[in-house]
Design a protein around this ligand. Structure first.
Ligand code: LIP
Length: 266
């Protein structure tokens, strides 16, 4: 079995175990542990517990690999592989009891930076639905045992698009202006609140496209590979107004250039 598929198998196994822990903790009641970039940017005790489980499994299975996790930070490894992990993507949904959250685990090779890494494998597990989205480099994108492909054609009714907004109120006006620019090509818009699910849904053809500014590496590491392995396109664009808050766009080829142009704006 190729390395990418070995890493995919491990990501699937750990994501499922981690997701079941997250689901159990949700039923027991969720405690907010702290806030991060803003009062709206929360972390729950479950986020921390789930990431601890993921990290322990990875150390046991692949002790030399690096780690980049949303809650416990970065640790360089001695191999060329780094695991990029969001233990509960959609944390606010999770805290409110909205059944739209996922465990996102990706394995990347090279420099653990989104503009320099080579994504090898990824798994996005949705505990509320039991769906496992997964991909290995060159081996396609899958939902459980079903092969995924993005929507290759543009719909005459317009595109079903998804987006998201950051936790900083100061960026909401420009994000809403971006929505207004994009809406003329949309049939409708969805805002799920978990980028890894947004990207998985693009890969599955459930969305025609997705755009959002300010994602963290762990939000998109697995989902971006799913989109590309499903025949779609994914890009990360640094914008001059806030260089540290890149724009991310994902879709099938038919609408990608137009969606990117509108999302970037003048
Ligand atoms: C979330 C992303 C979502 C974004 C939210 C938040 P978290 O990640 O998945 O797309 O709109 O603002 O960043 O914080 O739930 O891991």
């Amino acid at each position: 079995m190729a390395l990418a598929e070995q890493l995919e198998t491990l990501a699937i196994d750990i994501a499922r175990e981690a997701g079941e822990l997250a689901r159990r903790r949700r039923t027991e009641g969720v405690a907010i542990a702290a806030t991060k970039s803003s009062i709206a940017d929360i972390v729950t005790e479950a986020d921390r517990e789930v990431e601890t489980l993921i990290r322990a499994r990875l150390v046991a299975e692949r002790p030399g690999d690096g780690f980049l996790g949303e809650e416990s930070g970065a640790e360089r490894g001695t191999t060329d592989i780094t695991w990029v992990v969001d233990p509960i993507d959609g944390t606010v949904n999770y805290a409110y009891g909205i059944p739209a959250y996922a465990v996102s685990i990706a394995a990347v090779r090279g420099e653990p930076a989104p503009d320099r890494w080579e994504a090898l494998a990824g798994a996005v597990f949705s505990p509320p639905t039991g769906e496992m989205f997964h991909a290995a480099q060159g081996a396609g994108a899958w939902l459980d045992d079903s092969r995924l492909t993005v929507n290759a054609e543009a719909s005459p009714a317009g595109s079903l698009l998804a987006t998201g907004f950051g936790y900083n109120p100061a960026t909401h006006a420009s994000d809403l202006a971006r929505v207004a620019r994009v809406m003329p090509i949309a049939r409708d818009l969805r805002r799920i609140g978990a980028a890894s699910l947004d990207l998985s849904y693009v890969a599955a053809g459930r969305f025609d496209g997705y755009f959002e500014r300010g994602l963290q590496p762990w939000d998109h590491a697995a989902g971006a590979l799913l989109v590309e392995e499903a025949g779609g396109r994914f890009t990360r664009v640094a914008l001059e107004d806030i260089p540290g808050r890149p724009l991310f766009v994902a879709s099938g080829a038919a609408i990608f250039d137009e969606l990117l142009t509108l999302a970037i704006g003048p």
